[in-house]
Write a protein that binds this ligand. Sequence first.
Ligand SMILES: [Zn+2]
Ligand SMILES: [Zn+2]
Length: 391
Amino acid sequence: MAGYFTKLMRDLESPVEVRRFGSGWFAGFFALLFAISGFVMVVALKFPAVFTTPELQIVRDWAGFRTAIHVMLLASYALALLSLLLRPRKVLGLTALMIGMGAALLGGASVEADNARGWGMFFGIDFFVVNLLATGFMYAPLERFVPHRREQRLFRHEWREDLFYFLVSSMFVQILAFLSLAPSQIINANTNSWDAFRAGVASLPWAVQFITVLVVSDVLQYWYHRLFHQVPFLWGFHAVHHSAKSMDWLAGSRMHIVEIVLLRAVTSLPLFTLGFDAAVMQAYLGFIYVWSSLLHANVGGNFNRLGHWIATPRFHHWHHGLEREAFDVNFAIHFPWIDKLFGTFHLPEDRWPKDYGIPEDVPTGYGGQFLYPWTRTGKKLDEGSGAEPAE
Ligand SMILES: [Zn+2]
Ligand SMILES: [Zn+2]
């Protein structure tokens, strides 16, 4: 079993020569992607009380939803067969075929819901799939056609770790939202006297409310982020995010779960307590998600001027740079002028960092990284690749 899994991973990560168009790799990859997505959706439909996200009810109620799953599973079969035909290595096609058959055995797209009751908590695996497909289909083509590092692939070093982070934050979306919203709820329950102020905020034009939310939350985020770089114990959490050695849309998901909860609690405080319109809140939450994927994406373009005013991928890539000049710079995620204001702005014209990561030995797996804030020794590695000694 472990050997089989290794074989599968090796084929997914195979070098460009054996995955070019016509080799059956793309057919196999999409067969596997659609098979897993279809299978997960069928499981979610079968056990709705445990695995479905209430916010996605509207998607599941859409008449075309089951048809879409059916088409996805059919496409997966066809692509798996094509891959088996074209590709000398059969592992991708076979795996996709087996997972697709598993989905069919469970009832396929016409699966009946099991009426067992849940226990009031769910794991959003449907959210994971919708999220992954939407973000993947948005950024994978962008990274392919306007890349910063052309040689970097989707299945680059440590992609599995980052995908697992993506899975965890999607699955536990409910519990994460609950924990992050707790501080705002406490404030709201105890500040009835602010109601006139809130009514004033709600009456502002939509665009003004939206921009205000961006500015206020980015200023809070800036100081929160800077604190996590400066306080050694907090750095143990944030080091996990900086341990990524490759940057792409998936790399931004790598974040310690404690940091996610605290970060969201802090940045959403103004959003949920100052009376902003519900539509503004939803737009902001969607926007921040798409935005942070973009900042980490392997997307080129220097934007020397624009980068001084609005955060670009290059601006945030500098925050992740391994070289000394990249340490403790560019904390903002929307507005670089906040960094200018507080003296931490760094965007050398036309240049990108040579390498990404930190000169510190962070464990590679999820478990090791989860414990890292408590196991960290604080010992720095010998500064390698491009880093210059401190003056
Ligand atoms: Zn940071
Ligand atoms: Zn980042």
